[in-house]
Design a protein around this ligand. Sequence first.
Ligand code: ADP
Ligand code: MG
Length: 263
Amino acid sequence: MSGEIRVTGVRRVYEIGAGGSLTALDDVDLTVETGTFVSVIGPSGCGKSTLLRAVAGLETPDAGQITVGGLTPERAAADKMLGLVPQTPALLPWLSVLKNVSLPKKVNRRKGRTTADMVDLLSKAGLGDVMHKLPSQISGGMQQRAAIVRAFGLHPDVLLMDEPFSALDEFTREALQEQLLDLWDELKATVLFITHSVSEAVRLSDRIVVMAPRPGRITDVIDIDLPRPRGQALLKTPEFHAYEDLVRDRLRGAFHYANAIAS
Ligand code: ADP
Ligand code: MG
């Protein structure tokens, strides 16, 4: 199984009226090796979502190339190699949690999981007691967990997540990070994860990619050499804080640039 993401020289320019244009991605090169967890962090508007959508095959670059497991993103998506978790959990309101997460299984006959698998995944994600409820009957954090379980239910080679925890409070967020790491450990997917949170990026990632805006580009790549599993105790170690400081320093450059342009 190969789920390597390879982005080479990708450029995406939006026309913004009156003949103006905005370079959302400029000469972006990125390789996410099979089974690794890579986070993208950067100020708002630096092209993170554009990059993720391009990898998902939802956006076509104006220049450059993207492959997922050696295929075009469109092909990879058609082959159900990709799981996408958007910022807000798009669950179907009329279906129970269990039915929502079981849906991809019907769509994806190639390697779909059984209902028993999904019950097991839901229990692991702390949703065992609510799986027969409707989305509206559970909290936002639980809905987001269900959306993650649903994406994992596809057993994707590649999981793309666009700030999936940004709407959640800090405690829920930390619990979900832990569950995401557990699921990832079990399923060994390649993950491209977008976040605003430095500590979240450090905790989750093998590698952090820092982006800056105008043009949207990669300014830094930082390898996170911390042991796994990364439980709560790790968050209090000097090594963890040193990585947070390092990422924050690199991000400061990107933000400085964003502000200089805005003023
Ligand atoms: P991020 O996710 O890092 O906040 P985005 O990828 O959403 O950034 O956007 C990058 C830049 O491209 C922003 O300046 C945004 O306004 C612009 N942009 C995104 N999508 C479009 C679009 N469909 N049309 C025009 N401009 C867009
Ligand atoms: Mg975004």
